[in-house]
Design a protein around this ligand. Structure first.
Ligand code: SAM
Length: 229
């Protein structure tokens, strides 16, 4: 389960009613059974269920993070499609997701959607045994995204044009990577020009045009494969 730091009192974990329900009714744990609690910020504890609380037994070492920080700049796709992107990219090791309003983005999402993406990221991080829950930032305009977010490696995926394949440019997997993926209708020429001015390198993900929700999964898989030892 993922806990809030305020739930931790010395070696005791004060469980919320929802967490008690999950542990006792869904997982059917009993007093004395052990479970893992994480804070989503790097700490994992082996914990023992004791009534309505958990007793911390041991701080665990978790090494499930990639050796590089990856920010996914994702032009908002239609409907609820970003849900799958958040879930899959969290499993693949993304550090941060920045939803972007681009020239061809249809809608500005409601604040409830942001809450939902954060919940999905937290659940996916638990399931993948991540040490950290990725940060899901508030949506920003494309121009803000490319000019205000810095990293030593910046790539923008473009389905058209003769650009190098992402796997060929990923030769130095340290520090920070930003990878930008466009909406269903693709990036406009103006956006590609703006990104190049902001030191983004346009890259290809292969000869086939991928759906906007498939492209980030391919990009994250390539980065994880290139960086993981
Ligand atoms: N109709 C758009 C076009 O022709 O450019 C296709 C957009 S695609 C559905 C959505 C986004 O996924 C693109 O903007 C790009 O960022 C990424 N993408 C999809 N296939 C790609 C590929 N083969 N190489 C690089 N990026 C790709």
């Amino acid at each position: 389960i993922t806990i809030n730091p305020s739930q931790l009192q010395q070696t005791q974990l004060l469980l919320t009613p929802q967490q008690q329900h999950y542990l006792l009714r869904v997982l059917r744990l009993q007093d004395g059974d052990k479970f893992i609690a994480m804070d989503g910020m790097g700490k994992w504890w082996l914990t023992q269920l004791t009534g309505e609380t958990g007793e911390i037994l041991e701080l665990l070492e978790v090494q499930t993070e990639l050796p590089v920080s990856i920010t996914l700049m994702m032009a908002l796709p239609k409907g609820n499609s970003l849900d799958d992107v958040v879930r899959c990219c969290t499993e693949l090791g993304v550090t941060c997701i920045l939803p972007v309003l681009s020239d061809r983005t249809l809608l500005n999402p409601s604040p409830q959607k942001l809450e939902r993406w954060r919940r999905i990221a937290s659940e996916a991080a638990e399931q993948s045994e991540r040490a950290f829950v990725p940060t899901i930032l508030e949506p920003v305009a494309f121009s803000t995204a490319v000019t205000e977010y810095a990293a030593n490696h910046r790539y923008i995926c473009e389905a058209r044009g003769d650009y190098p394949h992402l796997k060929k440019v990923l030769n130095n997997c340290s520090g920070e990577i930003i990878i930008a993926i466009g909406p269903e209708g693709g990036w406009t020429e103006k956006e590609i020009e703006m990104s190049i001015k902001a030191k983004f390198q346009p890259v290809s993900l292969g000869c086939r045009i991928l759906r906007a929700v498939t492209a980030p999964i391919v990009a994250l898989s390539l980065i994880a494969a290139a960086c993981e030892v």
